[in-house]
Write a protein that binds this ligand. Sequence first.
Ligand code: ATP
Length: 251
Amino acid sequence: MESILEVKNLCKSYSNGSVLQHVLKNMNIQIYKGDFTVIMGSSGSGKSTLLYALSGMDKPTVGSIYFKDEEISGYNNDRLAIFRRKHCGFVFQQMYLNDTMNVLDNILMGGLLVSKDRKQITSKAKELLQSVGLDETSYDKFPSQLSGGEAQRVAIVRAIINSPEIVFADEPTGALNSTNAVNVLEVLTKINREGQSIVMVTHDIKTARRANRILYLKDGVIIDECNLGQYEKGDEERHKKLRRFLEEMGW
Ligand SMILES: Nc1ncnc2c1ncn2[C@@H]1O[C@H](COP(=O)(O)OP(=O)(O)OP(=O)(O)O)[C@@H](O)[C@H]1O
């Protein structure tokens, strides 16, 4: 299997006043291309810190992070920003859609950072909106006029408009009701089936079971992983396997 991200001896510490808190402790991980990888673990175990380090949103205290053959951990902030724009998409719980722009412009804003071909980006945005179940009536709406699930689907389209090689998601369904959460998970499952690599942090077992690989984090260390294979709707065995794994982990 081909790696898309590789982490070597990763440590991350925060200084809280006079106390140094070691949040990630000497981690070694490979994330594979085309995988839907989920990071789980108890609250405060370091999941978001790991996601931030993997995605070049934050720098490790010690250790190296490789995106394919490129070592991103040594980059300065400007190079990291370029790296993120070129290769990564982000779907976070706080969606940060721009409230002063309509749906289409929110998406185009990201697309035009990479391509100057407005016509091509516009038609791609419309195609992607269609594929997540949003028709032309959504284009002119402002974020405040959307439901949580619609807004999150717009955020996903914005995250993938530049065809990033990897999408990072932090609790993307955390603020949604169950219908909207399922809609958003369907979109993530669909783009993963089409080859998109995804790394997602979640507390929710229904969300986690969309992944083919679950990494379990405890006190800053990956203590084990569970491999589930590709998601199929209604696969009870898969659900039981994940439940057993999480019970063993003390989740
Ligand atoms: N910027 C920061 N400065 C200082 N400490 C931080 C910072 N970010 C995170 N921490 C600390 O690092 C630890 C891990 O935080 P992190 O958010 O990664 O955990 P998590 O597993 O994602 O938790 P949760 O499931 O509750 O979101 C926590 O004790 C947190 O207080």
